[in-house]
Design a protein around this ligand. Sequence first.
Ligand SMILES: NC(=O)c1ccc[n+]([C@@H]2O[C@H](COP(=O)([O-])OP(=O)(O)OC[C@H]3O[C@@H](n4cnc5c(N)ncnc54)[C@H](O)[C@@H]3O)[C@@H](O)[C@H]2O)c1
Length: 348
Amino acid sequence: MLARSFARVASKRVAPRAATAVRGFKTVQQQQNAEEIRAGKVPIVSYKDGMREEIELPVEQQNGPVAPAGADDRKVAVPLEKSILSKLNPTMAKFTLPGKVAVVTGGGRGLGFNMAQALAEVGVSGIAIMDVQQKLGEEAARELSEQTGVDVRFYQVDVRDGGAINQAVSDIVDHYGQIDVLLNAAGIADSNIKAENYDTEMFRRLVDINLTGAFLVAQAVGKQMIKSKNGGSMILVASMSGSIVNYPQEQSCYNASKAGVIQLTKSLATEWARHGIRVNSISPGYMDTALNRVPALDAQKKIWIDQTPQKRLGAVDDLNNLAVYLASPASAFMTGANNIIDGGYTLW
Ligand SMILES: NC(=O)c1ccc[n+]([C@@H]2O[C@H](COP(=O)([O-])OP(=O)(O)OC[C@H]3O[C@@H](n4cnc5c(N)ncnc54)[C@H](O)[C@@H]3O)[C@@H](O)[C@H]2O)c1
């Protein structure tokens, strides 16, 4: 996403002067200012002790390279200095996860990877990434570990494969000794398929990955959390499509699968509250991830943006702070909640 940063570059003192303008017409000065704004500058005029001061703020149109089609914006995670932890007041301390271990499915790229970076930034000491794509997963593990010093392990696992998930979870517990957080972001999307033409096998495959996969991972991690008697926090990535029907594309299967994830979240939350396990879902709106950065969606993206009160797609790291909140003691009394984060899309 385009980012703007402002910096004070120049300042000059001039005598106060009166600007004359007829309603509807601009003074020469105002016209010049308007041109400067268009040229990427913001003029500011202030008065102190009767003196007029004029400064210009340059407006940078971007903050780093724009990711090409089919790629994510890459951000660098910055670890929290350990010495800061002891200085945090109680409210800020609750937003940290020192020494905790997280499992992140779909952490190879996109929203899952970015949320894994955020967990690493608030003190998590171990992260296990599960993703079906070997190259992406390995690269993500390397980057995460290099950027933050966290002990990261990558498991090439398809979330449809219960046996592989159980093996991976057992190895994670052997290696790290515990699992405190589960973030299930693995998922796929099909869209622009009319219900009357939906291929049954495709329908089953998507439900298998988005819904059954979320259940299999939650079940395997849940068993470990129950056994450990330490509780934990689970975050299942659903979608606003689980609560509303998207427009204009037809995507009945995706919508149904995400509605299932929301209801699964609520069911698990009630069953496992007695074990100290909290289960919440995140329902993002349209996000600017590789999934949506394809030319075929350009026309629809214009409609999505227009239908979003904030007039933009979500940035790839826009879920990060919500994920930290849900994973950490900051949300201790929250369970079974579906958190819609969509720039206001579902309000209209
Ligand atoms: N991008 C959006 O606009 C948006 C909106 C709402 C919800 N979501 C949801 O957020 C989650 C992440 O989306 P994203 O945009 O980052 O997508 P993405 O495609 O960039 O990332 C998804 C990751 O999941 C992995 N994955 C896919 N199938 C898998 C499987 N069977 N087993 C294991 N890993 C698998 C992929 O390899 C990939 O690394 C998904 O569940 C998606 O449905 C995305």
